[in-house]
Ligand binder design. Sequence first.
Ligand SMILES: [Zn+2]
Length: 198
Amino acid sequence: MADDTGIEALIDLMARLPGLGPRSARRAVLVLLKKRAQLMAPLAQAMAEVALTARDCQTCGNIGTTDTCAICADPRRATGEICVVEDVADLWAMERGQAFKGRYHVLGGTLSALDAIGPDDLRIPRLAARVADEHIREVILALNATVDGQTTAHYIADVLAPSGVQVTSLAQGVPIGGELDYLDDGTIGAALKARRRF
Ligand SMILES: [Zn+2]
């Protein structure tokens, strides 16, 4: 067992990561300590660098290291389709599936009366502006099948109705009660193909 305060502090920080409890954090730190040159130093350097450069994409809310993320900067992704997701984890899940060729809009959460989260907290006004500016034909809602997720979906459909853009949703029941991130890649592709008018 480590008795050095610096090492203990590192273990405490690592234990806050999802999927790592105190035991796994201790094991991970021990591996790092044993591989200081090959693993720990490059990891510390990479983390310090990304901590300084990481930022939200000004257009879609994806996380990258530039003001415009790689997806928004890629002209091939200008397909006239925007896929709306709650969180960056959902965007990454969609990208893993490689089924969607358009661009994204990350809301950063869902409307929630309980937590006092309103449309202005969620990049919804920005979405409406993008639909007009980027000549969007279809907005695909890929929100979680939770009450808040569906409330948010209906709100967005109402906001976008005057624009005349087609609003669709991933096949019903696919992201059941869970997050998109937990779906396997093939399921995401199937849900996208079977999307329907919202
Ligand atoms: Zn972007």
